[in-house]
Structures are given as C-alpha cells and as structure tokens.
Design a protein around this ligand. Structure first.
Ligand code: HEM
Ligand code: HEM
Length: 181
C-alpha cells in the first residue's frame, strides 16, 4: 500500500507540473479555452506514462518469442528479472494514469466541442475508445461481482481490453485529431 501511495504521489506531481507549464500569451483565447487545451496535454502525458506497462509486457513477450532460448539465455534472464520487478508497480501506474487521461480528455473535448468539425469527430472517436477501455479495465482490476463471477463476462472484458482493436481506434483517432488540427 505504501508503494501504491508513493507511485500515486509521483504520478500526480508529474501531471500537475505539466499542467502548470506557463500559459501561452494568446490574447484571443479565453482562460477557459486555455485550461481545456491543457487538459488535452495532461491526457497525452498521462497516456504516455501509462503505456510503460504495455511496453514492458510487449518487450517481455516479444523477447520470449523472437530470441533463441540457448543463444540468448543471459539476456532473456535479465528481461524476465526486470519484468517481474516492474510489472506490478507499472500496472498500478497504468490504472491511475489511464483513468486520469480518460477524464482529462473528456473534459478537454467537452469544452472544445464546437470548435472544428473534423477535430471534434476524431477526438470523439478517441474519447469513446478510452471510455470503453477504462470501463473494461476497471472491471478487470476491481473484479466487480456479480459480473466477474461469470466466465463469459470475464472473457469478454479481457478480450475488449487486451485486443488491440480499441487501443488501435484510440491511437488512430488521436493521430487524425492532430493531423486535421
Ligand atoms: C470530444 C473529443 C475532442 C474534442 C472536441 C477535441 C477538440 C480539440 C480542439 C478544438 C483542439 C484545438 C485547440 C486549438 O485551438 O489549438 C484540440 C487540441 C488538442 N487535443 Fe483535442 N479534442 C478531443 C479529444 C482529444 C483527446 C482524446 C486527446 C488526447 C488523449 C486530445 C488531445 C489534444 C491535444 C494535446 C491538443 C493540443 C492542445 C494545444 O494546442 O495546447 N484531444 N482538441
Ligand atoms: C485509454 C485507456 C487505456 C488503454 C489504451 C489501455 C491499454 C491496455 C493494453 C494495450 C493492455 C494489454 C497489455 C498487454 O497485455 O500487452 C492493457 C492491460 C491492462 N489494463 Fe489497460 N488500458 C487503458 C486503461 C485502463 C484502465 C483505466 C485500467 C484500470 C483502471 C486498465 C487496466 C488494465 C489491466 C488490469 C490490464 C491487464 C489485463 C490482463 O492482463 O488481463 N487499463 N491495457
């Protein structure tokens, strides 16, 4: 629990520091718009931090798949060691940062809704994918009953979260959101 608190505090301070980075002096914009834009930046920073868990897991699984067991024995051992040490703390960071990212993106989107049609369409697609991922993730994390009791619902929730479909939609939507901005 103490580890959890420490991680929460570090993540919170990091996110706070990004949102306190000095405001650009754009007189045309209201303070509200500026805060809404900063929420978009908070969402991105939180997502990048939270993705460390996914990266760690992919490196671990990829190394087992592609490195020869005999030839790369030592490096495989080292990757496994790092993975076992970091997996749990990074998963906690993943929960926390991804929830923050989803909330920040939703606030950002809500206040900038009417600004530009295509930016709004692609941003909304991303936010919807984030909400689906966050809800399924929270269910996997907290194992809410009675839903978690049934094997079918566990399978669906894991499938929704771990298949790259929604993560792919989220990333594609985001890239287009920036491309048309
Ligand atoms: C309903 C969904 C969304 C809407 C309506 C929306 C709207 C906008 C608009 C209008 C801008 C341009 C602001 C400007 O004038 O410079 C913008 C920029 C931005 N958006 Fe979104 N957005 C949405 C979703 C997202 C999501 C899901 C993310 C990230 C996870 C995101 C991150 C950003 C960032 C980082 C910027 C640049 C901010 C800046 O220039 O400081 N947006 N968004
Ligand atoms: C935009 C938000 C999110 C994205 C893009 C995302 C993405 C992912 C991805 C790609 C994985 C699979 C890692 C792998 O096996 O390679 C994963 C795992 C996981 N995520 Fe998320 N996630 C998000 C939000 C959340 C939230 C909010 C929670 C919970 C609070 C969460 C909980 C989990 C859990 C528990 C796992 C491990 C699942 C398992 O091993 O069965 N995720 N996430």
């Amino acid at each position: 629990m103490r580890l959890y608190l420490k991680i929460s505090l570090i993540v919170f301070l990091l996110l706070l520091s990004t949102s306190l980075v000095s405001a650009d002096d754009d007189d045309r914009e209201s303070d509200g718009d500026e805060i809404a834009e900063k929420m978009g930046t908070v969402a991105i920073v939180a997502t990048v931090i939270g993705a460390a868990y996914v990266l760690l897991r992919r490196i671990f699984i990829g190394s087992k798949m592609y490195l020869d067991k005999e030839e790369h024995k030592e490096i495989l051992k080292q990757i496994k060691f790092v993975y076992q040490k970091l997996r749990y703390p990074l998963l906690l960071v993943h929960y926390l940062t991804m929830i923050i990212a989803t909330i920040a993106a939703a606030i950002h989107g809500y206040f900038l809704l009417a600004d530009d049609l295509f930016v709004t369409i692609f941003g909304t697609i991303s936010v919807l994918a984030m909400v689906i991922l966050s809800i399924s993730g929270i269910f996997i994390w907290r194992k809410f009953n009675p839903i978690w009791k049934y094997r079918e619902s566990r399978t669906v929730l894991r499938y929704v979260h771990r298949q790259w479909l929604f993560s792919g939609i989220f990333i594609a939507g985001l890239l287009l959101h920036f491309a048309v901005e």
